[in-house]
Design a protein around this ligand. Structure first.
Ligand code: PGA
Length: 240
């Protein structure tokens, strides 16, 4: 595990965007695993700038980590909407190469199996971006999720609902379930970048990087992966 501590959010975004662009330059048909939430917004802004300066995304395939159950693609808080607004529409992605679980599928379990199968059929994820929850979740794999889990329907932890209420009119409107890529699905990515900023993530980052490897700290599984880069600002790294 390589740990890169940078000054602030902008430097974190800069560092991660550079790693993503290096991957795309090396392999234009890269398969990227993408995250949502507030952490990667700066990275996506920079990827748009790189695209405006000539980096071609037309052969890139993407898989997002998760989607809320029950939110249609055009719901303003759906992760499909987030990705369209912050990245896909701005970098000329071919939509058929962008994959996000369908949280409105009639058969959610079948949708989860389809998603894992689709990832496998592309040859796997070359570079997976991850944020981390204040409870150390990755994707929506909450504490206690078995490390062997594949993509599945998950119940969101109370703390996650509280953390994400800021994006909704009230906590009551936050969906209580999501489809999340599983821990095993994430660990199959060839390279992983975990990013975190701010003091509210310091305990989670510490537990993930220095604590025991346990399903109670989902991000701690990354200690077992051969190619992980952790990019954190000083506030998130304050306990390391
Ligand atoms: P955040 O979420 O980027 O909005 O802090 C991170 C996460 O929950 O994984």
């Amino acid at each position: 595990m390589r740990i890169v501590v940078v000054n602030n959010y902008d430097s974190m975004s800069d560092e991660v965007a550079k790693l993503v662009i290096a991957k795309i330059r090396k392999k234009p048909a890269s398969v990227l695993g993408l995250a949502t939430g507030s952490t990667p917004l700066g990275v996506y802004e920079l990827l748009v700038e790189y695209h405006e300066n000539g980096v071609d995304f037309s052969q890139v395939t993407t898989f997002n980590l998760d989607e809320y159950v029950g939110l249609a693609a055009d719901h303003p808080q759906s992760y499909r909407h987030y990705m369209e607004k912050n990245l896909f529409a701005k970098v000329g992605m071919e939509r058929k190469r962008t994959h996000i679980p369908d949280g409105t599928a009639a058969d959610l379990d079948a949708e989860c199996r389809r998603y894992d199968e689709l990832i496998r059929s592309t040859g796997g994820i070359d570079l997976q971006l991850l944020g981390i929850g204040s409870n150390a979740h990755i994707g929506f794999n909450e504490p206690g999720t078995p490390f062997g889990s594949e993509t599945q329907v998950v119940d969101l932890a109370e703390s996650t609902i509280r953390d994400n209420a800021r994006f909704f009119a009230s906590a009551d409107e936050v969906p209580t379930q999501a489809i999340s890529m599983g821990i095993k699905s994430i660990m199959q990515a060839k390279n992983i970048i975990l990013m975190a900023n701010g003091g509210s993530k310091a305990d989670a980052v510490f537990a993930a990087v220095k604590g025991p490897v346990t399903p109670e700290v989902p991000a701690s599984v990354l200690q077992l992966h051969p190619s992980v880069t952790v990019v954190v600002d000083q506030a998130a790294a304050s306990r390391l």
